[in-house]
Ligand binder design. Sequence first.
Ligand SMILES: [Mg+2]
Length: 373
Amino acid sequence: MRIGRVELYGVELPYAGGTYHLSGGRTYESFDAAVVRIACDDGTEGWGESTPFGSTYLAAHPAGTRAGIAVLAPALLGQDPRRVERVNDVMDRTLVGHHDARTALDVACWDAFGRSVGLPVATLLGGSTDVPMPRISSIHAGEPEEMRARVADHRARGYRAHSVKIGALDAEGGPAHDAERIAASLADRERGEYFLVDANGGLTPESALRLLRLLPPGLDVVLEAPCASWRETVSLRRRCPVPIVVDELGQLDSDLALAAGEDLADGIGLKVSKAGGLTPGRRHRDIARSAGLTVSVQDTVGSSLAYAAILHLGATVPPRLLRGVLDCEEMVTVRTATLDVRVADAGVLPGDAPGLGATVDPEVLGDPLQVWE
Ligand SMILES: [Mg+2]
């Protein structure tokens, strides 16, 4: 079974909530998805997606994702997609870094692997726990009462975990404004709900400590990605009374080994395209498991195909450590595929369909931007 053809598609994904606001004054209205189809000599196909969160979230941007795929795709022709680690060896030898570009190809190989043996990707990754996974909302930064309303809206749609974005600039009100945002977002908290307060690297140790002093006592939150560098995170960690979750800083295996070995965090945000696909993603899962770090399985953003990869990896995380999965599909207005997903009150699970369980919509994808064969 060999890869004989790689197709690259581009899809624009408008944000479903208008304008998304992140720390540091960053805003986003639409995202560019790179979707890849691999076709094998035995007729098996596989699909994968990588959608950067604009150009100001990680060291990735949509044109770079497409350019990286153009470098990697020719090297994968003739490779067996079932040998996922060896496919990643080829990508290592072809292009350093560029996890976003590698992700679409890596995920497409897992999808093809699953389709070829008639098993869901979650089974190939070790097997689904069959415990429904809470969905995590993504509450962008705004006025406190607006954020409270968005949490309530997601609560009404069945979300049991919420990622509340903070990181107000001084001109926006600084730590005092962030404290109001957090208090408002948790004002109607229900039993069993879980709140991540996510600064996306927008705080300094100084502003984070000021913020924590301004919070009403007893709020049950964890602080995600407070600072933009490891140095700042180490400094804050020594003085921070709430759990810290690493997200943007945890990109390499060695980042997670550092976080675990030096006890710099209590959990990780495991984003598939930040890790570089499901192959490194399962290592991050296992490092977290070995260290007792909690895990929320996410992606930077993305459509149905990215959500499918999240579901299959998330389902293999031990429930004791899994905090939830990001429903990125609901963050955007375009569906690239119909998914085999089981939805219950307690959460979501991938279905039993082979591969990612995704039936891609060719109308949405249109013609490929580029083809290699
Ligand atoms: Mg985050």
